[in-house]
Design a protein around this ligand. Structure first.
Ligand code: NAD
Length: 252
């Protein structure tokens, strides 16, 4: 396969970092996006195999910055073939349960979560399509098991991921005539900085026990599915949402 130009959002750590490594290991050029972790992003670019990788920066909640960041990635890589919408927040600003939240807190939690998880990804899609419309491409969204299982403690998070799935399905149909396939992965718990505190806490054992494997995912297991969705043979998976949750939640 020839080297492709791949933008991974939120790539300086966690799942995004594993995804960036997968693509680079396969010979692709990667734009490593971050918001405020320039040193980590630069270090990753140094470590990635191959040449031509770049660092790009934007707050995903800032629409003009997202557009400029996608354009910078396409400039730096010499085009854009794959967008991985991985950046996301879970409970930031601190999520407050519905029965305890004040009205202002409640609204702020929903607004900020959607600004990053849904509107940031939607804006990145729009900007990426401007670069893909001539030659086709792939968009892969990192959703969550919470879209289906519910997130009683983080309702805005679950809803943002469900909306992300619906967006990917709509775009899969709208963009097929341009040769742009759009698909999603919906992971259960992954061992990353996002979940470290939850996994270390007393409830960590209960979280691991949600899967019959009695463990959570490693980032690379989920990154493998993201990488596969960007292969030529995965075009027919457009519109799909792949569950990556170790049978911890089975939907029909
Ligand atoms: P993480 O917190 O380690 O990484 C998230 C990345 O998104 C970070 O690099 C962070 O800087 C970036 N980000 C957050 N807000 C941003 C903003 N406003 N602008 C720019 N970048 C921003 O978490 P992770 O576990 O690697 O999560 C990656 C993706 O996987 C997320 O979309 C998350 O919702 C999803 N996910 C994670 C789990 C899990 O258990 N870890 C489970 C299901 C889905």
């Amino acid at each position: 396969m020839t080297s492709r130009a791949v933008l991974v959002t939120g790539a300086s750590r966690g799942l995004g970092r594993a995804v960036a490594k997968r693509f680079a290991a396969g010979g692709d050029r990667v734009a490593v996006h971050h918001r405020d972790t320039a040193a980590l992003a630069a270090q990753l670019v140094e470590e990635l195999p191959g040449d031509g990788h770049v660092v790009v920066r934007a707050d995903m909640a800032d629409p003009p910055a997202v557009r400029a960041m996608v354009d910078a990635a396409a400039d730096g890589l010499g085009g854009l073939d794959v967008l991985v919408n991985n950046a996301g927040i879970y409970g930031s600003p601190p999520a407050v349960p519905v029965l305890e939240a004040g009205y202002e807190q409640w609204r702020e939690m929903w607004r900020h979560t959607f600004d990053v998880n849904l509107f940031g990804a939607a804006n990145a899609c729009w900007a990426a399509v401007q670069h893909m419309r001539a030659g086709g491409g792939r968009i892969i969204n990192v959703s969550s098991r919470g879209a289906f299982r519910g997130e009683p403690e983080q309702p805005a998070y679950g809803a943002s991921k469900a909306a992300m799935n619906a967006m990917a399905q709509s775009l899969a149909v709208a963009l097929a005539p341009l040769g742009i396939a759009v698909a999603s992965v919906a992971p259960g718990f992954i061992e990353t900085d996002m979940t470290n505190e939850h996994l270390k806490a007393e409830r960590g054992a209960a979280i691991r026990a949600q899967s019959p494997y009695n463990r959570v995912a490693q980032p690379d297991e989920v990154a493998a599915a993201v990488h596969w969705l960007a292969t030529p043979e995965a075009e027919w998976a457009t519109g799909a949402i792949i569950d990556m949750n170790g049978a911890s939640y089975l939907r029909t």
